[in-house]
Design a protein around this ligand. Structure first.
Ligand SMILES: Cc1cc2nc3c(=O)[nH]c(=O)nc-3n(C[C@H](O)[C@H](O)[C@H](O)COP(=O)(O)OP(=O)(O)OC[C@H]3O[C@@H](n4cnc5c(N)ncnc54)[C@H](O)[C@@H]3O)c2cc1C
Length: 388
């Protein structure tokens, strides 16, 4: 067993940190003020091959999960809100096409997405269906040459800035629950698409947008994957995306922790630095230990994915543990700054809000527990069978 990061992964992280220093850090203040991330960031990331895929001589190669996780963590240490923009582009949009798209869709959507020239998001959640994905109400009616989509996708990250969205819809209303949905690549400039950016207070500067679909004609080539397999497909996208979102949530925790620790070492009260009070140093020790334990689970899940092993259980445990610790650490760090922490411009302010949001992407804590318990039962059954 080897817990050291492979040298190429370390080198990749170091190069990425240098990229962040020059292309993200100096601009953060402006992006937060404008509550928007410019497309030019994604374009730049595409040019430097930071968007999860490498295009080589007509082929496409996906980057390893561990490498991508470390990038996600580093970006989230600076800004979970920028990290989620990048995550959606790579791990929901492009990844959906990578997993289920046809060769033509890969050429038309994935390649430009990997180059940062086309933005693609995912719209699944609806006003009346989030965790219970199979209960969505958006309809896709088969018509000559394509599909007519009607419905509302209530919360889609990046949808204001994206060109396309992967949309789930009921294509086969009379089929069994796991065969009713299909997935479509919808051009967000098509006739009948309306978008409304929501006024949210988490994951700034990303956008959270409602997509309204009124008789939107999606050509036959817009069906992604297999008709009737949209539920399985979107759940598989979420399972994969739990790896980078766990790493991003870990970054949220680490970013807050480092700020808090630095401040507590400098700020004096009652004649000594706050960190010299044993109650505070013990809290730091406790949180750091649990952050590192969560990190091990993130790395284990990525390792399993990179080995081609089943990683569903580990991905959910990583998501669950990182959200728990990020919520605790971020509030702890904000508390250390006292009143200053409530001012929106303060660097620590965003972390507790963003840790709260991180539960919602790719399944809430309750949904992770459902998956973890199912995985646990499966393991127990396997071990009983092997002993029989
Ligand atoms: C900032 C942000 C960005 C988002 N981006 C996207 C995006 O890009 N694309 C997209 O499609 N969606 C997106 N979402 C939506 C997100 O995926 C959903 O909010 C999430 O899946 C939960 O769904 P819901 O909000 O409908 O809550 P509900 O499903 O109604 O859940 C409400 C509560 O009930 C609990 N609950 C539900 N089922 C169970 C159960 N079986 N057992 C116990 N408890 C349960 C949940 O844990 C939760 O606490 C985003 C949300 C936010 C806040």
């Amino acid at each position: 067993m080897d817990f050291l990061l492979p040298p190429d992964v370390q080198e990749d992280r170091n190069r990425f940190v240098r990229f962040l220093e020059s292309h993200v850090k100096p601009n953060l203040h402006q992006w937060y003020r404008e509550e928007a991330v410019p497309r030019s960031l994604i374009e730049q990331m595409g040019r430097e091959e930071w968007l999860g895929f490498t295009l080589n001589g007509g082929g496409i190669e996906e980057h390893g999960a561990l490498k991508q996780a470390l990038r996600s963590e580093e970006l989230a240490k600076l800004s979970p809100g920028v990290a989620v923009v990048v995550l959606v582009q790579i791990s929901l949009g492009a990844k959906g096409i990578w997993l289920f798209g046809s060769q033509d869709q890969k050429r038309a959507l994935l390649e430009p997405a990997a180059r940062g020239e086309l933005l693609i998001c995912l719209g699944n959640t609806e006003p009346a269906a989030g965790s219970d994905v199979a209960s969505i109400a958006t309809r896709a009616e088969k018509v000559e040459g394509g599909w007519l989509l009607n419905g509302t996708k209530a919360y889609s990250t990046n949808a204001a800035m994206s060109d396309h969205a992967l949309i789930t819809a009921i294509s086969d209303p009379d089929a069994p629950r796991n065969r009713r949905l299909s997935m479509y690549a919808v051009n967000l400039s098509a006739e009948g698409v309306k978008r409304k950016k929501l006024n949210k207070k988490v994951w700034i500067p990303s956008d959270l947008t409602r997509i309204q679909l009124d008789n939107v004609l999606v050509p036959d080539e817009g069906l992604v994957g297999e008709r009737g397999r949209g539920l399985r497909q979107v759940l598989e996208i979420f399972t994969n995306s739990r790896l980078p979102i766990s790493a991003m949530t870990l970054g949220n925790a680490v970013g807050a922790f480092e700020l808090g620790l630095d401040h507590a070492g400098k700020r004096r009260a009652f004649g000594s630095p706050i960190l010299d009070f044993q109650s505070k140093s013990f809290e730091a020790a406790d949180l750091y230990s649990r952050m590192e334990a969560a990190r091990l689970m993130v790395y284990k899940a990525c390792w399993a994915r990179d080995q081609g092993l089943d990683f569903q259980l580990e991905a959910s445990m990583a998501k669950y543990l990182t959200v728990q610790i990020a919520r605790e650490v971020s509030t702890w760090a904000a508390d250390l700054f006292g009143a200053a922490s409530v001012v929106q411009e303060h660097p620590v302010h965003k972390f507790p809000m963003d840790a709260w949001a991180s539960s919602l992407g790719e399944g809430t804590q309750d949904i992770q527990k459902l998956i973890i318990f199912r995985g646990l039962m499966h393991k127990l059954a396997e071990s009983e069978a092997s002993q029989a």
